[in-house]
Every structure is written in C-alpha cells, then in structure tokens.
Design a protein around this ligand. Structure first.
Ligand code: ADP
Ligand code: ZN
Ligand code: MG
Length: 474
C-alpha cells in the first residue's frame, strides 16, 4: 500500500505482409527449417536489402490508428550485436526517426501515451536440444532456423502510464483488437506474432520521481504478462521495504516456477554502436500517401463501440464486449440490419446483444478455434430466437435450450420450438386456474406462508410449473 506501480510496455507485432521486410522471401509461419530464406535474410556478404513498401503502408496504418504523428522523412539504423539468430550481426531498425510518435490508446478510462512506433526486422529462432523444456540451460546443442529472420515487425513503446498488471493486460488486448481490425497482423501470441516486454518500477505513494525499473522479456501470453508483473511488483516492494535497492535488470518470467530469473544487467545504447543504415536510402513520405492510408482506415473498436451505444442504445459495457472480437461485432451489425428492416426493430438490440455476449461467446469459448461464420447460427435465426423470447412465446430458460438446439441440429428456432412443444403459456386465465388448484391442494404450505414463511413461494411456483409441464410463464 506504500508503493505505487509504474509500468511501460514494449510490444513487437509481426506484420502480415506476404514477403519479408528487405527481401522477397515468404513470411509464412513454420515450414521446414531454413527454407524461407535467401542471401539477404541470412546475411551473405554483398547481399543488399530493399525496403518492402507494404511494410511502410502497414506501419503508417498502425501509427494513424494509434493517433501518432507520422514522421515523413525517415530512415533506418543499425543496431549492432552478435547472436546466432542474427546472421548479419546487426538488426536493421529505426532508432532515431521512428515512423510514428506521440500517440494514445484509451484503456479502462486511462489514456496511455504511445512514445513511438517503429519498423524493424525480426531475428531467426533458436531451438535448444537436450536440456529441460527446450531452454538453453542444460542443452547439449542448439539449432538455428532463419525462416523468421527478416520478418517485418513494428515495435511500439508506451509511456510509463500504466499502473496495474490488469491495465497492462487490458492494454495488450486492446492493441490486439486494433491490429486485428487494421488487418496488419494475425496477432497470435502462440505463434509469436504478438510479443511484449514489461517494464516495471515502484515509487513511494505521493512522490513523482520514477524508481529504477526491471524489464520482463518476451511475455508470450496475456496471463504471463499479468502474473509476471504481479510477481515482480511484490518482489520489488519487499526489497524496498527492507531498505534495499533495485538494480536495472532484464529478467525472464518462469510461469511454472512462478518467479523471475535475471538474464542480464541492462545494456545501454552505446553498447549497440547505433548508426544510420548505409545500405538503405532515407525515405520521404508524401502527404498523398499518408492521407491515402488514412482514408482507407477501417472502423476501429472504440469507434464501433461508440456507434453501437449511439445508434442502438446499448450500454458502454455491452458495446465494449461486442467489439472485443471482430466476428461478434460484425454478427451484431448483421442482426441489427435485419431487425431494422422492420418497423421498431431497434427494440431487439439489447436482447441480441445479450444473446451474443452470453450464449454465443460461451459457445465460441467452448469450441476453441470455431468461427462464428461456420456455425448454424445465422443472423435470421438469432433474430427469430430473440423475437420468440420477446413475445413471451418461450421462457428465457427455453431460449437457452433453443440456442443449443440451433447449434447442434442446424434447425430454425420456430421448428425447434414446434418439435419440442416448447410453447410458453402466458395466458393469465390459464395460469390462474392452475394457481388456484395448487393452492387448494396444499393447505399446509398455505398455512406456513400465512404464518410469515414467505420462502414457501418457491414451492408454489415449482408446483405450478410442474402442473404446466414447464410451459407456464414464471
Ligand atoms: P530503456 O532506456 O531502458 O530502453 P526507455 O526509457 O526507452 O528505457 O523505456 C523503455 C520502456 O520502459 C518504455 O515502455 C517506458 O515507458 C518504460 N519505462 C521507462 N522508465 C520506467 C520506469 N521507471 N518504470 C517503469 N517503466 C518505465
Ligand atoms: Zn530472404
Ligand atoms: Mg529504450
């Protein structure tokens, strides 16, 4: 409670261009090792890079969507270091003139600053053999696969504006939604196309100067990012409470051991002998190019959520949930287009949102990798189901059964209701007759109710439902 957490994230997103950033090799994931390479991406002497224009377009798309100022005149730089996965012994990156600067992302009511966004190339991949869990420690030998070398990346660096591990997770999820909407990356954390380093420090509450940070490298899931930061916060707080000091270190989060392991002490920019890349000419983006990219930006998740709230009267909670996935947002749009083709169709917005947020989302969760478009649920069926419920023809419990039946049997809601004899009785005359019978048949329970035991009401409702074979409107 004495300490305030300060978090800044550095994310790497692989861009889904067909070819690599400086050569024509494919960016396809996988493939037999060292088959997606050429002299350029394996650093053969004399091979020269050529910038892929699509990468610039995608990076500008990201920069604009994140509210960054696009740097028109820019170039690439060399970051020199040796590692077996980096065959040239330098990475081509943008270290002085990043393509985007000073953006913002809204996360859970907080505005997170984007310090910069730049383009760079990915390294190859090491595979360690003979040790535990494929890690380098204890391995007997290591293999290198250059298929990924030269895959285009955008690196995004936030300002230290995040305050909790939960906010860091929400930021990453938001960033993923934005990149997916932009269609510039598949953002698969499993395949490593979305990666994140978490920087974290503590400062005494009420003070403004930042404390010394540690950096958690290559968090490969939202959960690991959250848990690693949470662990590191506790570790730092313990050290500081005991009067100790935090060293600026780079760590690895071990999710099975639930602790961080120090990888190295922080290197400085000088260590990398940075200088302008001599093999690539600087570039100068025209206003036409930038405005052309801006004009083609799709509707972004925040804009979509705002539209759902304004046009369909949804709460911001419902709207935010619908836009979490492109597929559910598009499906909702499709349903509303159908609903609004009829007079007064707008009243189905809330029940349709409920159906999608609850039943559809649960179904998609349970059927991992299942695409909504491939299921038997069409917009027309969703609307029919919601109408049956709204007209009291079926109860909400029956609506859930009808939903399952649509998915399992590929049938229309009306046909399912008909086949299962599911009609709900809402005629008060019919219900009252049953109520009278149940009261007459249970004098003891009636007496208990009259004595003040109002809980017996549940018993009466149950008896009435039983008498009406579950079809009475409760
Ligand atoms: P470095 O020189 O270590 O690369 P930068 O200033 O470039 O550090 O910042 C890298 C990342 O660390 C950014 O996301 C930034 O927001 C974050 N960061 C910087 N200082 C701190 C701090 N004291 N505590 C937490 N995060 C920080
Ligand atoms: Zn190549
Ligand atoms: Mg830095």
């Amino acid at each position: 409670m004495n300490w305030e957490t300060v978090i800044g994230l550095e994310t790497h997103v692989e861009l889904a261009t067909k070819s690599k950033i400086f050569c024509a090799c494919t960016t396809a994931f996988g493939g037999a090792p060292n088959t997606h390479c050429c002299p350029v991406c394996t650093g053969m002497p004399g091979a020269l890079p050529v910038l892929n224009g699509k990468v610039v377009e995608y990076a500008v798309r990201a920069a604009l969507a994140l509210g960054c100022t696009v740097t028109r005149y820019s170039r690439f730089d060399r970051k020199n270091y040796f590692y077996p996965d980096l065959p040239k012994a330098y990475q081509i990156s943008q270290l002085y003139l990043p393509i985007g600067r000073d953006g913002t992302v809204e996360v859970g009511g907080r505005t997170v600053g984007i310090h910069e966004l730049h383009m760079e190339e990915d390294a190859g991949k090491m595979v360690h053999i003979g040790g535990g869990e494929g890690r380098i420690a204890g391995a007997t030998h290591s293999l290198v696969d250059y298929n990924r070398a030269g895959t285009p990346l955008t690196e995004l660096v936030t300002e230290p504006d995040l305050r909790t591990p939960e906010e860091a997770r929400l930021f990453m999820q938001k960033l993923r939604q934005i990149y997916l909407a932009l269609g510039i990356s598949d953002c698969s954390m499993e395949e490593g196309s979305l990666r994140c380093d978490g920087n974290v420090s503590l400062r005494r509450r009420g003070t403004t100067a930042f404390g010394t940070k540690t950096e958690l490298k290559n968090m490969n899931s939202f959960k690991n990012l959250h848990d690693g930061l949470a662990y590191e916060i506790c570790r730092q707080a313990e050290v500081l409470e005991e009067g100790g000091v935090i060293y600026q270190e780079t760590c690895h989060w071990d999710p099975s051991a639930k602790r961080t392991i120090v990888m190295r002490v922080k290197e400085t920019a000088d260590d990398y002998r940075l200088f302008p890349e001599p093999d690539l000419a600087p570039y100068d983006l025209t206003d036409e190019f930038i405005e052309g990219v801006r004009a083609k930006l799709p509707e972004l998740p925040d804009q979509k959520a705002a539209r759902f709230a304004a046009d369909f009267g949804l709460t911001s909670y419902d709207a935010r949930h619908l836009v979490e996935h492109r597929a559910t947002a598009d499906f909702f749009d499709e349903c509303m287009a159908l609903a609004n083709a009829e007079a007064d169709g707008g009243k189905f917005a809330k029940p349709l949102a409920n159906l999608i947020i609850n039943d559809v989302a649960a179904w998609l969760n349970a059927h991992e990798g299942g695409a909504l478009a491939d299921t038997p649920l069409t917009a027309a069926r969703a609307l029919s189901l919601v109408k049956l419920l709204a007209s009291d023809a079926i109860s909400s419990k029956q609506a859930k059964e009808v939903f399952s039946a649509i998915m399992d049997e590929d049938a229309d809601p009306e046909a399912i209701v008909e086949a299962c004899g599911m009609k709900q009785v809402s005629d008060t005359g019919a219900i009252e007759a049953v109520v009278d019978e149940v009261i007459a048949a249970n004098p003891d329970e009636v007496a208990r109710y009259r004595d003040g035991n109002t809980k017996v009401i549940g018993f009466f409702v149950g008896q009435c439902m039983k008498a009406m074979r579950g079809q009475g409107n409760p």
